[in-house]
Ligand binder design. Sequence first.
Ligand code: BJW
Length: 229
Amino acid sequence: MALFERIMILTGAGLSAESGLSTFRDKGGIWEKHRIEDVATPEAFQRDPERVLTFYNTRRGSHGDVQPNAAHRALARLEAEYPGKVLTVTQNVDPLHEMAGTKNLIHMHGEIAKSLCMHCGSRAPWETDLAVDMVCAACDMSGGIRPDVVWFGEMPYRMGEIYAALADCDLFISIGTSGNVYPAAGFVAEARSAGAHTVELNLEPSSGISMFDEAIHGKATEVVPAYVE
Ligand code: BJW
């Protein structure tokens, strides 16, 4: 791989598919079994918190003993060994990047292993199933504990840092994402207009394929190690 000074990597559900986690929009994916409006919006939580918490308790359960795959490990090695700067921004709420050893990481859609109190904004490790009547240990209020994930209509996390990195990167690599959800789907255009070389590594061409200078299609565990090593 040519030497770039600042690499930004955007990852999505396809990266964790071979670790056994479902993607959202593929055949058999999460949104085939659940309607977004029922489980992944603030309005859904207001209307029927029990339903939303059941959905996330089940999801968190399925994350129980997942392990990083060869693609997560290749990205962690890249960060550790690359002479330039590498920032990984993930849309995934699983902990597989950090389990593989990635350190310079932004979870823009939050983390399923944490809970968030809507009353006081405090976060806590999420150790038992969440319930509607849980009391926040920080503010003593009940009824506001939710998973620390970003739902439709909410602002993804750390956007200022992400846009600054996009304006500054010279290589942008998008991995395992369908390019359907904004603002992440717009990152390739930002990076490109800042002059970065843009690369897609995905099972199939994403919705943003025309914005990429280079694309390699195949399974993440095959194409990611081959590209970054
Ligand atoms: C493999 C593989 C293998 C498979 N190897 N590859 C019009 C109307 C209303 C709203 C909007 C609108 N237009 C835009 C919006 C905004 C909305 C949005 O984008 N909606 C679209 C649906 C149109 N976005 C938002 O509301 C966001 N907030 C926002 O915009 O705030 C305002 C703002 C403005 C400006 C700047 C900043 C902010 C919030 C979005 C929150 C998304 N949340 C979720 C749920 C998180 C919690 C949870 O996990 O439950 O995030 S939705 C879901 O989609 C999840 C994912 O992170 C996200 C992206 O999915 P991803 O990762 O791309 O997965 P898939 O399944 O789509 O694709 C997988 C890919 O992998 C496929 O291409 C496969 O081929 C590939 N693959 N196996 C390699 N083995």
